[in-house]
Design a protein around this ligand. Structure first.
Ligand code: PLP
Ligand code: COI
Length: 338
């Protein structure tokens, strides 16, 4: 049995071994039975399509422990839908809803002692994975696949927590092509972002802001998160064919409307960065990461948004967390109680 963390509130966002994971194999054109494993290893063919040709997708969602001691899983249905959207995009079989649901619930239940207690700021990160395991040498989809889920107790994506960070706008790298795989949650997009991410980190930035690959005119993705800005009474977020449809962003749009902000999902020209009073990155891991500055070195510009998280970022962050933790009524039906 693996060790339970002794300091929940100091957990980083990192892999942490837990007791069990769940797996389901697709062979001969059909999904098998869900299996429980306590091994951290998987055995796959050296010529598996996922290893050579990137035929794989993953997801990220979280479970929270409320003040009432109940476990809440946030919007797993959306992650299931998005995983199958990615599957269709790169020719993998879709995972049936019953298998995905059972897998999420089983893996959380089986690792119950690893769910961070209420008030620690930590949560249980749930990582579903769908990979081509069938051997291929020519570029072609596999005929065998593995769907699995493991979990890890995690703290905030940035160790500083809900603190404003500095972001680097890059013009020399694209994360995804305009009509490429950016809207799918596939490993290749992340591989494409590693070098620019590392370079930005070495220069003291926490995240990279990418522009649209075709015209380099519009804001695209913000590292492993969607971008949003506050302008007057509007919550503005990019509409693009090369970004992930963030479930956090979707939730924030709903909450922004509830807070009487106007939601604008549209192309966001780079110049508009100077109109925002607040900017942020949002995602399951990032939650809301407020942005302090965006440096566009090539154009010699720095856009600044203040050292502290802005008023609307704070309101949205608190509201989202309150729903996830069960402190506020789940009126949109986002939470599944275990
Ligand atoms: N964009 C990218 C590239 C991501 O990796 C993520 C993380 O999942 C997001 C956006 C945010 O999506 P979500 O809010 O569904 O986690
Ligand atoms: C998430 O927010 O769940 C993600 O998948 C981001 C991840 C790449 C750390």
């Amino acid at each position: 049995m693996k060790t339970i963390p002794d300091n929940w509130s100091k957990l980083p966002f990192a892999y942490y071994p837990t007791n069990y994971n769940v797996r389901c194999y697709y062979r001969d054109g059909k999904w098998g039975e869900l299996e429980i494993s306590s091994s951290e290893q998987i055995v796959i063919h050296m010529s598996a399509s996922s290893l050579h040709y990137g035929q794989e997708s993953f997801e990220g969602l979280k479970a929270f422990c409320g003040q009432d001691g109940k476990i809440r899983i946030f919007r797993w249905q959306n992650n299931w839908e998005r995983m199958n959207f990615s599957a269709r995009g790169i020719l993998m079989p879709e995972v049936p809803k019953e298998i995905f649901e059972q897998a999420v619930k089983d893996v959380v239940r089986l690792n119950r002692e690893f769910i961070p207690p209420y008030g620690t700021g930590a949560s249980l990160y749930i990582r579903p994975l769908l990979i081509g395991t069938g051997a291929r040498l020519g570029v072609a989809p596999a005929d065998e696949f593995l769907f699995m889920i493991f979990v890890a107790p995690v703290g905030p994506y940035f160790p500083t927590g809900f603190k404003a960070v500095d972001v680097k706008l890059v013009r020399d790298t694209d994360r995804a092509a305009t009509l490429g795989t950016g809207q799918y949650k596939v490993g290749g997009n992340y591989a494409a972002s590693l070098a620019s991410g590392q370079k930005a980190h070495e220069e003291g930035f926490k995240m990279v802001l990418y522009l649209d690959a075709k015209e380099k005119k519009y804001i695209d993705e913000c590292g492993p998160a969607n971008f949003f800005g506050i302008k007057g009474n509007s919550y503005v977020t990019p509409n693009s064919s090369s970004i992930l449809q963030s479930i956090t962003n979707l939730s924030l749009c709903t909450l922004a409307e509830e807070l009487r902000l106007k939601v604008e999902r549209r192309k966001v020209p780079v110049e508009e960065l100077s109109d925002f009073t607040e900017a942020g990155a949002c995602g399951t891991a990032a939650v809301i990461t407020p942005i302090r500055s965006i440096s566009d070195k090539e154009k010699g510009k720095i856009y600044t948004y203040g050292n502290e998280p802005g008023e609307w970022s704070v309101k949205l962050y608190k509201k989202l967390q309150a729903i996830q933790l069960g402190d506020e009524k789940d009126k949109y039906g986002w939470v599944t109680l275990l």
